[in-house]
Design a protein around this ligand. Structure first.
Ligand SMILES: [Zn+2]
Length: 120
């Protein structure tokens, strides 16, 4: 399970529907139901750069959390956010690891951004 000598297949994450809270307050397209503004790969990459100062080769769970907080403009990882993040790691990677290739970490953040439900 932890032998990841070949890159993980994460393309599916980039076409998954958004079933969670929308990232911004611009609303959803009335025809498709999709948010008008999606969390895209370039957007996440920009937040990785802004949060960590550079694009790393690998990202730790802590670094993923920091990017998520900045991207979603939150102060802390509350239990519901932690649950959503764990679910996204499991969905994309299959298990929690110490760190992840940056492409995989960005896919985890994308998955989280399409599934997290924020109630406050
Ligand atoms: Zn917007």
């Amino acid at each position: 399970m932890s032998n990841h000598s070949t890159p993980l297949e994460t393309d599916w994450v980039w076409t998954m529907p958004n079933i969670g809270t929308t990232w911004c307050t611009c609303g959803r397209d009335p025809l498709t139901g999709e948010p008008l503004h999606q969390v895209t790969r370039p957007l996440i990459t920009r937040y990785v750069l802004e949060t960590l100062g550079s694009i790393p080769v690998d990202m730790t769970n802590k670094e993923i959390s920091l990017v998520v907080l900045k991207l979603w403009n939150r102060q802390e990882i509350t239990p519901p956010l932690a649950d959503a993040l764990l679910a996204s790691v499991n969905a994309v990677v299959g298990e929690v690891q110490e760190n992840y290739p940056v492409d995989t970490a960005i896919a985890v953040i994308k998955h989280f951004s399409h599934t997290v439900v924020i109630r406050d």
